[in-house]
Ligand binder design. Structure first.
Ligand SMILES: Nc1ncnc2c1ncn2[C@@H]1O[C@H](COP(=O)(O)OP(=O)(O)OP(=O)(O)O)[C@@H](O)[C@H]1O
Ligand SMILES: [Mg+2]
Length: 377
């Protein structure tokens, strides 16, 4: 299937469930060009198409005008109550929120995913802040957005995100993250998408359609768990080491690797009352490798659960993305681990931060205009 041609045309099938999820839409394999022509100026204004990946660590945004933005999904403010006015300079967003040390940064997207959708303001303002930081102006014309949602996200989460987005864009909908990745990378047939993020690892079998929950495995072991593992391993060796999650994450992001034998990682290790130059080479390798068994067992399960005639194709079409796919040598290492289990070919996303957002942007652009009209009606 050539996904450069938007053969996958999705239309609304029921008014009452409109816009909740791609799964709620009937798929029409029209096979003919349905590229949206509405990016051409209408009333002198070019239409804006936006793809958004609302992650628990990063928020990535792409538009049809070439904007690419990624920012941290964190907010920091005094107390428990979100301040009334976002102009309040005591609210910190993104990098500023993550790097300050006076307040515990909050991750509103994670709260939302856990079902705490009562207060929508933090997610809304975080998203607005990201859009503004990306230089995206929504007041000046028509804008349509697709926002990626993780596998298994409940209906309340989807409705809350959608309600929020509908207040910002002319039209909005949510779509499965793995489907966005597959669509964006042109891997719509017999592919295993592996997304290793901060709070979850998702493995999905894409087979031409929007995946259902039965096509996906979601594991709550990902980047954050690597950070915790690293802290534990270093503490086993240096009992009085004082390492924050933030520092462990920084080391992982800068030096993280798996399998290689020639890596040396020396860091300034904070101790109770001082610090010392120490090697964390081995601890870092073990911590980063700790995510791989779940990846390999998830892939193996997906392959063995599939029809025998497509297993070979599937195992040779593994696409790895998400922030942790930037761990050095991770693709080769997974391939090595798969060797004893029948082999496999791993492809790494060239732009892992934007794998979901670019796919969502591409989908947004290629939805027929009548789709958006229906969604908005
Ligand atoms: N260069 C790097 N090396 C290793 N790990 C990295 C690197 N860059 C980012 N990461 C890690 O990737 C994870 C974040 O990945 P990503 O941005 O895909 O997450 P997310 O989509 O926000 O999270 P989730 O999908 O779980 O909600 C973090 O744990 C981060 O520390
Ligand atoms: Mg993610």
């Amino acid at each position: 299937m050539n996904t450069d041609l938007p053969q996958l045309c999705l239309i609304r099938c029921q008014t009452k469930i409109r816009g909740i999820n791609l799964e709620d839409f009937e798929q029409v394999q029209s096979g003919k060009e349905t590229e949206n022509k509405t990016s051409e100026p209408a009333n002198g204004q070019e239409v804006l198409y936006v793809g958004i990946d609302l992650g628990t660590y990063t928020i990535a945004i792409c538009t049809n005008k070439g904007t690419k933005f990624v920012g941290y999904s964190a907010i920091a403010y005094e107390g428990e109550q979100f301040p009334q006015s976002v102009e309040n300079e005591n609210i910190l967003f993104g990098k500023a929120a993550l790097e300050q040390t006076d307040m515990e940064p909050k991750v509103p997207v994670k709260d939302f995913l856990m079902g705490n959708t009562g207060n929508q303001e933090p997610v809304k303002f975080l998203l607005q802040h990201c859009l503004k930081s990306a230089g995206i102006e929504l007041d000046s014309g028509e804008s349509y957005a697709i926002i990626g949602v993780p596998a298994g996200a409940d209906i309340t989460y989807k409705k809350s995100i959608l309600g929020m987005a509908r207040g910002m864009f002319t039209g909005a909908m949510v779509a499965d993250e793995a489907f966005c990745i597959a669509y964006g990378s042109g891997r719509m047939e017999n592919c295993l998408i592996v997304d290793i993020g901060a709070s979850k690892l998702n493995i999905c079998h894409i087979n031409g359609n929007v995946p259902g929950d039965e096509d996906q495995i979601k594991i709550s072991f990902a980047g954050e768990n690597i950070d915790l593992e690293l802290i534990d391993l270093i503490r086993e060796k240096y009992e009085d080491a004082k390492i924050t999650k933030h520092l462990a994450r920084q080391w992982k992001e800068e030096f993280g690797y798996v399998g290689l034998s020639d890596v040396r990682c020396e860091v300034e290790l904070p101790l109770e009352t001082s610090s010392e130059e120490s090697s964390i080479t081995e601890e870092l390798r073990l911590a980063c490798e700790s995510v791989v068994p779940d990846v390999v067992s998830g892939l193996t399960k997906m392959i063995s659960d599939s029809q025998p005639d497509i297993r070979e194709t599937l195992r040779n079409n593994i696409y790895v993305c998400g922030g942790c796919s930037k761990i050095k040598n991770v693709g080769n290492f997974i391939e090595g681990e798969l060797k004893e289990l029948g082999g496999g070919k791993v492809f790494l996303s060239e732009d892992p931060d934007f794998a979901v957002a670019q796919g969502a942007r591409k989908l947004t652009e290629r939805m027929p205009q009548e789709f958006w009209s229906q969604v908005n009606s």
